[in-house]
Design a protein around this ligand. Structure first.
Ligand SMILES: [Fe+2]
Length: 227
């Protein structure tokens, strides 16, 4: 399997290219519109065919490259059914699975940051979008976010994976690339050490975060797959 992690500086977003060495089929998870040339370059360099672009959720901080990629490469756009977006090609639900070459991509519904967040499990990796971040988690004060729901999602859908599952988040603001389920279950400052749901809700309520800078541009654009 081929894995490449891209970083978009403005919104500190990670995008992942995962591809089959055998069939040369590739997927991009959370691609950013402004970075499309680097994806195109990498696909060409590795001789890969892009078959799916998957978004973990409707992003508020960057514009998805879903539509640009579909136009350019003929790939299919994958989103959760609850996204409230009708431009997708494939609408997934919890435990939907997509085969790409020798691997399966399993969707795990992890709402709470938004009402339609999905994490994707591939082999011993989980791509968590903004549900679980390294030593943190996505905010829960916009897009039908809900701290109690996020707590349940992370506990039931991510912390139940084996300890050595590699966590690849949708963002990191400190340059960290990945973590593991075991490490986050143990050390995540909002959720680790068996922290209670009540404590977590209290932490989330008191974060006092600023209004998301790009939300008024990104949300309408992403509801049209980035058009
Ligand atoms: Fe987000």
């Amino acid at each position: 399997m081929i894995l490449h992690q891209f970083f978009e500086k403005e919104s500190s977003t990670y995008t992942y290219l995962v591809a089959s060495e055998q069939t040369r089929e590739a997927v991009l998870i959370d691609p950013v519109a402004s970075e499309i040339e680097s994806y195109a370059h990498m696909l060409k360099q590795l001789n890969l065919k892009l078959v799916y672009s998957l978004d973990t959720h409707v992003h508020a901080d960057h514009v998805t490259a879903a539509n640009l990629l579909r136009t350019r490469f003929g790939c299919k756009t994958v989103l959760h059914r609850n996204s409230g977006v009708d431009c997708g090609d494939i609408f997934i639900t919890d435990r939907s699975a997509i085969r790409v070459g020798e691997f399966l991509i399993e969707a795990r519904y992890t709402p709470g940051h938004t009402n339609a967040c999905t994490s994707y499990v591939i082999d011993t990796m989980v791509f968590t979008g903004d549900a679980l971040l390294i030593d943190g988690c996505g905010r829960t004060d916009f897009q039908e976010g809900n701290a109690e729901t996020l707590y349940d999602s992370i506990h039931q859908q991510i912390f139940t994976l084996p300890d050595d599952t590699i966590v690849y988040p949708g963002h990191d603001y400190k340059g960290r690339l990945s973590s593991t389920v075991g490490h986050e279950r143990e050390s995540n400052s909002r959720l680790g050490q068996g922290r209670s749901k009540q404590d977590f809700v209290e932490i989330m309520k008191n974060l006092d975060l600023p209004y998301p800078k790009k939300i008024d541009i990104a949300l309408p654009a992403n509801k049209a797959c980035g058009k």
